[in-house]
Each structure stands twice: as C-alpha cells, then as structure tokens.
Design a protein around this ligand. Structure first.
Ligand SMILES: [Cu+2]
Length: 129
C-alpha cells in the first residue's frame, strides 16, 4: 500500500512538472539573445501569456527596449490572412504581453525589439490547439 502511494505520488509530481513547463523558444534577434516563454504548452486558442527576456551581446539584461509581439496566420481556405500585434510591457527582468489566438493551427510569431532606434527581430512558429 505504501509503495503504491509512493508510485502514485511520483506520477503526480512528474505530471505536475510536465504541465508547469512553459513553451520556450531561445533565439538571437540581431545582437540580442532572446528567450520567449508562453504560459500554455502547447499554446491554445484564446489568451496566452508571453514573456520575453532580452540580453545584450555582453550578456546584460536589457530592460529599456520596446518589445512588440506580432502574430499572424497566413490565409487558409475560407479565411483571410490575420495579423495581430501586442505591445509588451516591461516587467521584472523582461517584458510581458498577452497573445489572443483566434483559432487553432499554425501561427507565425515575430518578436521585435527596438532599442536606440534600431529594430531587431526573431521569428518562430507555433501550432495552437
Ligand atoms: Cu486560420
């Protein structure tokens, strides 16, 4: 009985860890090292919280940039192309935005970082459920 409970607990704990893990993409945007996390994994139809962490070439956290999250879906049968934009707000060591995905399927994400008049971006795709 005790052994069964221990196994049950281990399963619960590992499931909890898997569920808690954010969708994460790390990429370069120009000279910046960018880590984007989405609080739904996989991303879902509706609201998804996005956080963006930016470091400069020297590895220093960048807090004075303007960060915009563009998300779009190319045209599909019966659906015109959709393009949205969310301005991220500086928060803690990064930037936060909410992405509202209007339908399931593939979305192109572009994170644009503007600092000192120069804009760099990183791109990736997600498959919303
Ligand atoms: Cu669509």
């Amino acid at each position: 009985m005790k052994k069964l409970m221990m196994i049950g607990l281990a399963v619960l704990l590992s499931a909890g860890v898997a569920l808690a893990k954010d969708y994460e993409v790390a990429k370069k945007a120009g000279e910046f090292d960018v880590v984007v996390k989405i609080d739904k994994n996989p991303p879902v139809t509706g609201d998804n919280g996005v956080t963006v962490a930016v470091k400069d070439a020297a590895g220093k956290v960048v807090k004075d940039a303007k960060v915009v999250v563009d998300y779009s879906m190319p045209a599909m049968p019966g659906m015109p192309p959709m393009n949205y934009k969310a301005d991220a707000v500086q928060k803690g060591d990064g930037y936060a935005a909410t992405m509202n995905l209007s339908m399931a399927g593939p979305w192109n994400i572009a994170v644009k970082i503007t600092r000192e008049g120069k804009t760099s971006s990183m791109k990736f795709t997600i498959d919303a459920k």
